[in-house]
Design a protein around this ligand. Sequence first.
Ligand code: NAD
Length: 246
Amino acid sequence: MLNGKVALVTGAARGIGRAVVLELIRAGAKVVINYRSSFAQVEGLLAEIKEAGGEAIAICGDISREEDAKNLVSTTVKEFGRLDILVNNAGITKDNLLIRISEEDFDKVISTNLKGTFFCIKHTAAVMLKQRSGKIINLSSIVGVTGNIGQANYAASKAGVIGLTKSAARELAGRGINVNAVAPGFIETDMTDSLPDKVKEASIANIPLKRFGSAQEVASVVCFLASEAANYITGQVIQVDGGMVM
Ligand code: NAD
């Protein structure tokens, strides 16, 4: 399905990013795995891919720094000759009630989730515009649509990702580049692991499918949007939330 395609996935050492990498590899793509700090985080993933006969490299970089985002894109093109799929997955939370969020924690969340996504799109778009093709998939969140108590910084960043997605979709559509967002609800990863049991139970009560989703269930949707099967979809926000928000 994605044979001959080259993909870059940010923040892909674990969780949803890791699942996206493995799904793209299964579909036949060559994958560049971005991780933030220690190589040990991705060593096992690279070995798993190699054993399965897939092709991947890992590049260290903090996407909230424009130089790093630029380097991710240029190294991808240097190593594989092109860049067909960008998955902006890296993200952080710094949850607190609105009146307790420090300026530093507001800025950190916006810098990674929104500005980092912007930097990666900006430098990738320059390559895709020349190729006259490409797929960009941004990880937003259902709270970017609904808002959430204790997540004003995170919800603002993820709502920003939706505006960024739609603007980029309009600007790039003329050159065969599709830009979409995926908005997961509650997904079982390290990010949701730390939620108190009470919060988890209350959340599940509001999910029609009565469970959290898996990283794999998000990865399948990302992989679909990265494929030619999704050629006529752009500027959309696809919710993967068990029916939580309808
Ligand atoms: P996670 O915390 O398990 O993984 C996030 C990854 O991003 C980590 O590997 C981290 O090192 C990396 N990262 C953070 N800042 C970075 C930076 N500046 N540069 C490069 N890498 C960086 O989270 P996850 O649950 O797998 O979430 C993945 C994405 O999906 C995030 O954007 C998150 O906001 C979004 N999301 C998750 C859920 C959920 O329920 N888990 C729900 C909605 C949206």
